[in-house]
Design a protein around this ligand. Structure first.
Ligand code: SAH
Length: 371
């Protein structure tokens, strides 16, 4: 039977050439190129969100999600002593839906909007355009990374499904040594997985908890996540402030393979159609907490998204919305709440699959949703 010829994506051709020149590519470099290559990266060329896109996120499921986060931010601002001005930064704001709902919900908090300077961390020109439309009235400005000295005022930072888009490298333990999982090419220039001895630089990123690894342990490490948390912590310590991150992941260290590629809501091979499929990893919140603590901020959680949203009052807010809704709308509100805070993993409910972590500069502050 004749084989269907492999049709490489433009980014795949670039990756193949790089591998020919430099040898096998680590998974982090591959993931970084797939998501954020300046011309062919997945996020650079499309809006992947929503029912017609590749995946759906919490703020796109219900306005309640952003409204509750808005209440969380306003509470933080009060606990910081209502600084004026202060910075509110969202990392990876997608279509701007979360922030739009958050700011609508806080418009009656006296002084809050006047004091706020909105910053958006975003790499995608397509999504920046959507954010301009959704949030233009709040005069946001954009940035492309976090640096310890980037702000001059107290700062509140939030990010939903942002950390999981940062590149991770993958290793497994063969009983004797750590091997790094890389990408190499076959004779016909198609991509394949390839293992090689892990180098010193990547070994130094392995959490100390895994000092005595077992045969078959697999671990994912992310220099980008570590740098991001380190710089975020530095901003908070310098200016005073708090941060909140929500993501798919586990509270504890789980030595397993979690890198996943998704296209039109279906799981596909990580090596399939580079630049045209989303690639994410599950966040190891124990690692995020460790890096934050090493950088001297106070860590709250991680807690499940279910506990977090319930403590912030998701059920009360849903009840309020249902009181003014048609029966069909009331049903939709109920199923959205169930999807966001339910704990049935088989039904893809997000309540336990997603975790929430809070960071703060002031150890005496309690952050809402964590206790
Ligand atoms: N928070 C939104 C979108 C999540 S998708 C929501 O919950 O709906 C991930 C977001 O992070 C997108 O906006 C994407 O463009 C952005 N992003 C991914 N990698 C990034 C990077 N390295 N730097 C800046 N933004 C990035």
């Amino acid at each position: 039977m004749p084989m269907t010829p492999h049709k490489a994506t433009p980014l795949e051709k670039i990756i193949v050439e790089r591998i020919k020149a430099d040898g096998p590519m680590d998974m982090g470099t591959y993931m970084g190129l797939c998501l954020a290559h300046p011309t062919h990266g997945y996020y650079m060329t499309r809006d992947p969100l929503g029912a017609e896109g590749d995946f759906i996120t919490a703020p796109e499921i219900s306005q309640i999600f952003g409204e509750l986060i808005g209440a969380w931010v306003a509470d933080c601002w009060m606990k910081l002593g209502q600084p004026d001005p202060f910075i509110l930064m969202e990392c990876g704001p997608g279509r701007g839906t979360l922030m739009c709902d958050a700011l609508r919900a806080t418009k009656h908090v006296a002084g809050f909007h006047d004091a706020m300077q909105l910053r958006l961390l975003e790499c995608s020109p397509v999504l920046k355009e959507k954010q301009k439309q959704a949030l233009g009235q709040y005069a946001p400005t954009w940035c492309d990374g976090v640096e310890p000295d980037m702000f001059e005022y107290p700062t509140i930072i939030i990010g939903n499904e942002f950390l999981d888009a940062l590149p991770v490298r993958q290793m497994n333990f063969n009983g004797t040594e750590w091997r790094e999982i890389c990408i190499d090419i076959n004779i016909n220039d198609t991509l394949r997985l390839y293992e090689k001895r892990a180098d010193k630089a990547v070994l130094s990123l392995i959490p100390r908890l895994l000092i005595e690894p077992q045969l078959g342990d697999q671990i994912e490490v992310s220099l980008e996540q570590q740098e991001f948390i380190k710089n975020t912590s530095a901003i908070l310590l310098k200016q005073g402030g708090s941060a909140l991150f929500l993501d798919y992941g586990s509270a504890y260290l789980v030595p397993s393979d979690t890198i996943q590629a998704v296209k039109t809501h279906k799981i596909v091979d990580v090596l399939e159609r580079p630049g045209e499929v989303d690639i994410t990893s599950h966040i190891q919140f124990a690692e995020i907490a460790r890096i934050a603590m090493e950088n001297n901020v106070t860590v709250h959680g991680p807690v499940s998204q279910s506990d977090f949203l319930k403590r912030l009052g998701i059920d009360v807010r849903a009840e309020m919305l249902r009181a003014h809704a048609t029966p069909k709308q009331a049903q939709d509100i109920q199923s959205a709440v169930q999807r966001l805070s339910g704990v049935n993993i088989k039904e893809n409910e997000m309540g336990v699959l997603f975790k929430v972590i809070g960071l703060s500069s002031d150890p005496s502050i309690t952050l809402e949703g964590f206790v």
